[in-house]
Design a protein. Structure first.
Length: 541
């Protein structure tokens, strides 16, 4: 009876007594499950039907309980709304901070390419480019570069998966062992591929022997550079990639300015030094981590060969298909057009300038993926811990809204990046009377046409990559693999037809169509993925 007396003594009017009762019930049960629970609580306070009528003006305890329960529900809604507003403000500023952090981290990856462009414009040299290369030289080096990306693409994807997995578990010992294991396959594969290319060219000459050997030399060196960079990228040591490539480029410039060697040897020395810097840094990083954590003392081993193959073959095929997708339009354009090229594949300067121009916007846009995937991983586990058996739908709806927000961010950044890239490069026209290279850049309308088709295609490609990253995060590699493979087929088929029927520059339509298919298929998959995210999350591991 003491709590009932406290309620009556602390309030004079009926409204005040009702308010005090609501407060007391909340102190006892906080969030009641039903009005029956409220009625039981009221009775435990010593309030009877006669008290409900005399002190609170309700016929009985159950009517009083209905009133109290309704008031508590209103309070809970108001508190929830207030909390959501506060969380929205906090999350908004946290999101801005996360975006700035991870987008800038993503842009670090674009800095080597931007530095290469600046080096070419200022000094005429870069790691594997030179403004004074003729079309024959540009052809063999471009062919070697494309071959390097395609041959290492699958291994790069596997390195990314394995290192991210073991490093996420802070198991640097197995991360290092997985890197060594992949390299034991990747490096011989590159060397054997080089031998096969030379042998095929000897049997069925499509380039002079000297040109092929030059192409293979660049292919091997760039392949090793890409593999070393892949380890640093997966290990989140990305600044070292920028630093190493910058040092390598500076060495090329210094050698050329001092006229110590020709351009080929200068670039080979620069590539080798950049590769060694990245390789040595990776080795020291893992050795220090393993020893400081004493992980070499624990007996550990990687899965056997059959299990490793099964776990990783889809990632290998995806990486191979992705890099093929990036370059197949160039190969189609360079092997088409009147007059026929002197050799099977012949570098086409206006086409390449247009695609490289579009590539700048692609790199600026793709940096958003770093933010999206980190944010997804950051909120996935906390959100999962807060769900119960009866609100899985809210969990799925929350992340579906998150997904739509990422699409909006991607579209916004891609639009800005295309406009900035277009008008930024266009502003160089002010110097075209003084710099012949700039005048030549803008001389051919094909460059502009290829830029716009390539830029739009890259937007679709980044959208497909965004979806694929979500799939990879929850071990759904087949969703991404089948999508990129279908996109590759469309890219080749439409690109081949358009480049042969209408003009070599329309090979870009193949890339655009393939990227659209990639975006469409992964987008439809992603809608289903987020609709049933609870299932995909719990069945991922």
């Amino acid at each position: 009876m003491s709590q009932q007396s406290d309620i009556l003594n602390s309030a004079e009017s009926v409204d005040e007594r009702r308010t005090e009762l609501v407060k007391t019930v909340r102190e006892v049960v906080d969030i009641p499950m039903s009005n029956w629970a409220v009625a039981a609580t009221i009775e435990s306070l010593g309030i009877r039907d006669i008290d409900a009528e005399s002190d609170f003006e309700f016929k009985n305890v159950f009517e009083l309980a209905d009133f109290v329960f309704e008031k508590i529900q209103q309070q809970i809604k108001e508190e929830s709304k207030k909390k959501e507003n506060e969380e929205y403000k906090d999350n908004f500023f946290k999101t801005i901070q996360l975006f700035a952090k991870h987008y800038s981290g993503g842009l670090v990856l674009s800095m080597p390419m931007l530095f290469q462009i600046i080096a070419i414009l200022v000094f005429e040299y870069a790691l594997w480019a030179w403004l004074r290369f003729n079309e024959a030289q540009a052809t063999v080096i471009a062919f070697g570069t494309i071959a390097a990306f395609v041959l290492t693409g699958g291994f790069i994807q596997v390195i990314g998966r394995l290192v991210s997995k073991y490093k996420g578990e802070e198991n640097y010992y197995l991360a290092e062992k997985s890197i060594i294991k992949v390299m034991r396959f990747a490096i011989p594969f590159v060397l054997i591929s080089a031998f096969v290319m030379v042998a095929i060219n000897a049997a069925f000459p499509f380039y002079p022997v000297g040109m092929m050997l030059l192409s293979v030399a660049y292919m091997i060196l760039i392949s090793l550079l890409l593999l070393a960079a892949a380890v640093l990228f997966a290990s989140e040591l990305r600044f070292m990639i920028l630093f190493s490539i910058t040092v390598g480029t500076v060495i090329v410039i210094l050698i050329m300015e001092a006229e110590l060697f020709g351009v080929y040897f200068a670039q080979w020395i620069g590539i080798v030094i950049a590769t060694l810097m990245m390789g040595v840094y990776s080795f020291l990083y893992y050795r220090i981590k393993i020893r400081s954590l004493r992980q070499e003392l624990t007996k550990q081993s990687l899965p056997n060969q059959e299990v490793s193959y099964y776990n990783n073959y889809r990632y290998f095929i995806y990486g191979l298909s992705y890099f093929l997708f990036l370059f197949v339009d160039r190969l189609l354009a360079w092997s088409a057009g009147p007059p026929p090229p002197p050799y099977l594949i012949w570098f086409n300067t206006p086409y390449e300038l247009g695609m490289d121009w579009a590539l700048i916007s692609f790199v600026i846009t793709i940096a958003t993926l770093e933010f999206s995937i980190h944010t997804f991983s950051r909120y996935l586990i906390p959100a999962q811990k807060n769900i119960t058996l009866n609100n899985f739908s809210e969990f799925n709806k929350h992340f579906k809204r998150f997904y739509l927000k990422q699409i909006i961010v991607l579209l916004f950044i891609s639009t800005i990046s295309i406009l900035l890239t277009y008008y930024g490069i266009l502003s160089l026209r002010a110097f075209e009377n003084d710099v012949p290279e700039i005048r030549d850049f803008f001389a051919n309308p094909i460059t502009f046409k290829v830029f716009w088709m390539g830029s739009i295609g890259y937007v679709f490609l980044v959208f497909g990559l965004l979806n694929s990253l979500f799939f990879f995060t929850l071990n759904r590699a087949p969703f991404a693999l089948y999508s990129i493979f279908g996109a590759l087929v469309v890219n080749f088929a439409i690109g081949f037809l358009c480049s042969r029927l209408f003009g070599f520059e329309y090979a870009t339509i193949g890339m655009l169509a393939g990227a659209f298919v990639f975006a469409l298929v992964t987008g439809l998959r992603a809608l289903h993925f987020f609709k049933h995210l609870d299932y995909y999350y719990y069945s991922a591991y």
